[in-house]
Design a protein around this ligand. Sequence first.
Ligand code: FAD
Ligand code: NAI
Length: 474
Amino acid sequence: MSKQFDVLVIGGGPGGYVAAIRAAQLGFSVACCEASPYADPKGEPRLGGTCLNVGCIPSKALLHTSHLFEEAAHSFAAQGISVGTPKIHVKTMVGRKNTIVNQLTSGIKGLFKKNKVTLLGGLGAFVAHTEGGWQVKVGDEIVDAKQVIIATGSSARHLPGIAVDNKLICDNVGALDIDAVPKKLAIIGAGVIGLEMGSVWRRLGADVTLLEALPEFLSVADVDVAKEAAKVFAKQGLKIELGVALGEVKALKKGVSIAYTDKDGNEQKLDADRLIVSVGRIPNTDGLNAEVVGLKLDPRGRIDVDAQCRTNLTGVWAVGDVVSGPMLAHKAMEEGVMVAELMAGQSGHCNFDTIPWVLYTSPEIAWVGKTEQQLKADGVAYKVGKIPFAANGRALGMGETTGFVKMLADAASDRILGVHIIGANASELISEAVVAMEFGAASEDLARICHAHPTLSEVVHEAALACDKRALHF
Ligand code: FAD
Ligand code: NAI
């Protein structure tokens, strides 16, 4: 006899576990299957997916520790604090990170119990369409569900000829468990992971070189932000080589040797103790038996969905990294909630125009909406309000004067089209812009809102005022 549920969620990452909880809150009987134990000592499946186990949370824990280390080494003295030369005990840093991961992943098991979501251990693979819905094999069991939400996420893309062992040559999994500060660290790909993980190890003393194929740095970000970031990261000692073409990558007895052609066409060689490969991620669709039930994929191998995350199969939905859109945990969660609410007949929605991006480097980088180069390409007339953190009293007090807030508003309607921040606490500051844009606010609306003094949020306020050329403190 098969197990029967209203809803089966395949995958227990942020897209899947949130969809499962929301569906249960709405009265469905729900099961969620997850195959991966990650680093669970008992080998039991763990919830939280990439984000909690080998992504967002562990990387931010390491970024925090390494930030404190750098502050102690380089910023304390200017404020009259002497602590001597700080030392890093990498095992403790990684152990603390693991404790946080364990706490959060087991917390989600607790949330499943509280919301009566059944956790099934094992890979979910479609078996057949039935009269009442879908039959899915989970491990050795057969599950019948009226509706299925696929939330199988993504895995690191690897490059041909570069064998990832997650010791010497790491993807995100090994990169979060490096057990000693490498003297020389090479990173292939100067994207989000490369910059965050490069920052961690550079702060702790590694000589870090990033090799990036594209000729432009951080081309997803606003052009001014990318320029400022390149300047700041270079000053910090992060070496970023753009426009490289990789040649042979050889694992040595102790380290790795990378041959490449630089942007000027010269043959180069980079030797390093460790290598991180961070060249994007690929959707996880392999184990699903998609072809058996005719589940449609798009040309990039992602599950093909409409704007409400419906697949081509009735009653089968897909959310998160396995579908199109930015591979971000909060995007996956939004989609999970939307799908659960749509299944319940509610008007769930996900506004893909107001999904914020954050890079947790120092300074942090965050944005929402259109970049200046996108507006130019779209032929939209816009105005710009740009204010440096150096003009803000709180930033001065914190010793965090690098960067700026740049607001882009429609020249005719004044509606905010994009906000781009590079500076301290950008990850938190961006929320105000997201809320404003979600409600279709104009720069004038933000300009008329009282912002606490002294706070970094005043830089956002001043940027809104600057859109109308009436900044008060710059
Ligand atoms: P996942 O989190 O990948 O979860 C999918 C789950 O499904 C996995 O646990 C997998 O084992 C399971 N699964 C796969 N196939 C099956 C199957 N057939 N049956 C059962 N289970 C299956 N995003 C942010 O927003 N902020 C950040 O700061 C951030 N930092 C990151 C740092 C790193 C190093 C990495 C790698 C990613 C980071 N991300 C960040 C991205 C974020 O982790 C992903 O966008 C998010 O985890 C996607 O959620 P998901 O539920 O779609 O997929
Ligand atoms: P990415 O797409 O951000 O960056 C990959 C980089 O590698 C690109 O710049 C690309 O041009 C480069 N590249 C590709 N092939 C190459 C090659 N052969 N040689 C040299 N360079 C090459 O992908 P990344 O950093 O792997 O991260 C994956 C995703 O995970 C991100 O896109 C993001 O969605 C998510 N993430 C989000 C974080 C956050 O929100 N703070 C943090 C980390 C990851």
